[in-house]
Design a protein around this ligand. Structure first.
Ligand SMILES: [Mn+2]
Length: 376
């Protein structure tokens, strides 16, 4: 990651942001600190001082990205009807059209969103810098936001890395950004809940926790939110049935990744071969479906093969050009800090779930780069 200052531009200094710097606090430290911080005053101040608000999230958005975006956007529209609130994302994914107000998310490049909307405040959810939110010139976006004095709130739950200069940075090490949006807007600020919030919030949480599979130091808070959402009519069974539906093409990707499984001493890896990629596109199949198939494999299988408890997968990221590859890492809780490996490759994420995008001449070369990063 180049050209980033992680300095704080606003006057309000977020304690957690600094407490995190360079070291990993224990869950109990985070919990202790979290309980002392109520952001409602600062949030209200920033919201009150802005009449045009733009809410954004990361590229290659997962359901937590889109659900936290949607939950924040619909809540602000409901509670601040006099403000112009725009929900914007460069890319969409999956079949989330069933979510309330999903059609309110504008699909547009980030620079265009800022140009068209002229926001006084940007709220970034599930990401911590503009590089994660655009495939275009993020430094230009960063410079424009600064020169136009656009305020920035970041609500994120990834391991802190190259945090954009901001007016408020919130990171509670939550299992989902959607949980943070829920707690900030409803528990702390006591805002009105918009139509459809329960299903949206539940999907974000169920998705990023992989249906509560991961160890979660904030489990009490997560399940308190989930209890409320169940009471409000959200159904985990219905959402899971929608979430876990596979197309024939996704099954073909799963077959490719299954065939290419390689077991190393304590980890597993697999990859989408360059010949598979060529055949895939020659037959008119989409990059999105390829990625969705890859996600099934990495989320549900890579940690569970043989006796190995962590691993990675390589696949071509065709939205980013023909030489761009993605590496996705998954680990069973403490088996391996995969965020550290992803960081060496220019990416980041969580200790048990992380990723990186980088250039390579072939899938083989991409694998070698990861293996070299592991050895370094
Ligand atoms: Mn997330």
């Amino acid at each position: 990651m180049l050209g980033y200052s992680s300095g704080q531009r606003g006057l309000t200094v977020n304690q957690l942001a600094f407490a995190y710097g360079g070291s990993n606090p224990s869950p109990s430290t985070i919990n202790q600190m979290r309980n002392t911080i109520n952001y409602s005053e600062r949030l209200a101040e920033l919201l009150d001082s802005s009449s045009r608000i733009l809410i954004i999230t990361h590229i290659s958005p997962d359901p937590d990205a889109l659900c936290s975006l949607l939950l924040a956007g619909t809540t602000l529209k409901e509670n601040y009807p006099d403000k112009e609130v725009t929900l914007s994302c460069e890319e969409l994914t999956g079949d989330l059209e069933f979510l309330a107000s999903y059609q309110d998310i504008k699909l547009q490049p980030l620079a265009e969103a800022i140009e068209n909307h002229q926001p006084e405040l940007i709220i970034m959810v599930d990401a911590m810098n503009f590089q994660r939110c655009t495939r275009d010139d993020y430094l230009a976006v960063s410079a424009k936001v600064k020169s136009n004095n656009i305020q920035l709130i970041i609500i994120d739950h990834h391991e802190p890395e190259a945090i954009e200069g901001n007016d408020l940075y919130i990171n509670n090490s939550s299992p989902a950004a959607t949980q943070d949006v829920y707690e900030l807007f409803f528990n702390q600020m006591k805002l009105q809940k918009p139509e459809g919030y329960a299903q949206t919030a539940m999907l974000g949480i169920v998705s990023d926790t992989n249906r509560f599979m991961y160890d979660n130091p904030r489990h009490r808070d997560t399940f308190a939110v989930v209890d409320e959402l169940l009471d409000a009519g959200a159904s985990i069974e219905e959402l899971e049935n929608k979430r876990n539906r596979y197309t024939k093409n996704e099954m073909l990707v799963l077959a490719e990744l299954s065939a290419n499984v390689t077991l190393e001493n304590d980890f597993t890896y697999s990859f989408v071969s360059d010949s598979f990629k060529a055949r895939w596109f020659d037959s008119g199949k989409t990059a999105e479906e390829l990625k969705l198939g890859c996600q099934i494999f990495v989320n549900d299988y890579i940690r569970n093969i043989g006796t190995n408890r962590w691993g990675f997968m390589i696949y071509p990221d065709l939205l980013g050009g023909s030489n761009l590859y993605s590496a996705s890492f998954r680990s069973v809780s403490t088996a391996k800090d995969v965020a550290k490996i992803a960081k060496k490759l220019g990416g980041g994420g969580h200790k048990a779930s992380a990723g990186a995008k980088f250039e390579a001449g072939s899938a083989k070369e991409a694998i070698d780069k990861v293996l070299a990063a592991l050895a370094a």
